[in-house]
Design a protein around this ligand. Structure first.
Ligand SMILES: Cc1cc2nc3c(=O)[nH]c(=O)nc-3n(C[C@H](O)[C@H](O)[C@H](O)COP(=O)(O)O)c2cc1C
Length: 165
């Protein structure tokens, strides 16, 4: 599917079929994340594909989101160098979000459902991944074969959210 169609067809998925995501697909998603641009091309990130039932359940329990463990794959992106850019924004937040967006589009292109989630504390995820406090965890993505077909959720009209100057 082309990128425009992927963006138009996106809906977040929160119910998953238990069948695992094929190893080649996991690899392809991680590789798309690796290709993301980053500030000054620093690439100060690590991508985690959390596939084992034990770790998925640990993440779900530590964060208080039991439905996450139903999905066969949880992706996490972490960063251990939280620089601030000239514009005042943290590069780890921006860089890791770009990488996760590419991973999300790749996963959906491979026929998988995804849900970006932020309802976790970094401490909870760090404890499961055994990361020290200097690692930030800007994004998690819940991934698997969808067991639902939700209606597309509305977006504001372009005229309301854009200006051509
Ligand atoms: C930064 C971010 C954080 C989100 N956090 C959560 C979350 O914690 N739990 C959840 O169920 N969905 C979460 N979502 C999914 C949004 O609720 C969803 O993308 C939005 O309602 C639009 O729906 P759609 O993705 O189906 O188009 C998050 C999405 C983004 C981009």
């Amino acid at each position: 599917m082309n990128v425009h169609s992927l963006m138009q067809n996106h809906t977040s998925i929160r119910r998953f079929d238990p069948r695992p995501v094929e190893a080649e697909k996991v690899q392809a998603i991680l590789d798309c994340m690796r290709l993301a641009p980053s500030a000054a091309n620093r690439q100060k990130w690590m991508f985690y594909a959390i596939e084992s039932q034990e770790k998925r359940e640990a993440i779900a329990q530590a964060t208080g989101n039991t439905w996450w463990a139903q999905a066969p794959l949880i992706l996490a992106v972490t960063c251990d160098d939280c620089g601030v850019m000239t514009n005042g924004h943290r590069s780890d937040t921006v860089d890791c979000s770009i990488a996760m967006t590419l991973g999300m589009l790749c996963a959906e292109d491979l026929g998988l459902g995804t849900c970006w989630v932020a309802s976790y504390t970094e401490d909870a995820v760090r404890s499961v991944l055994q990361l020290s406090p200097e690692h930030s965890v800007p994004a998690l993505l819940i991934v698997g074969y969808s067991a639902e077909a939700p209606e597309a959720r509305p977006r504001k009209p372009l005229s309301e959210v854009s200006a051509r100057l």
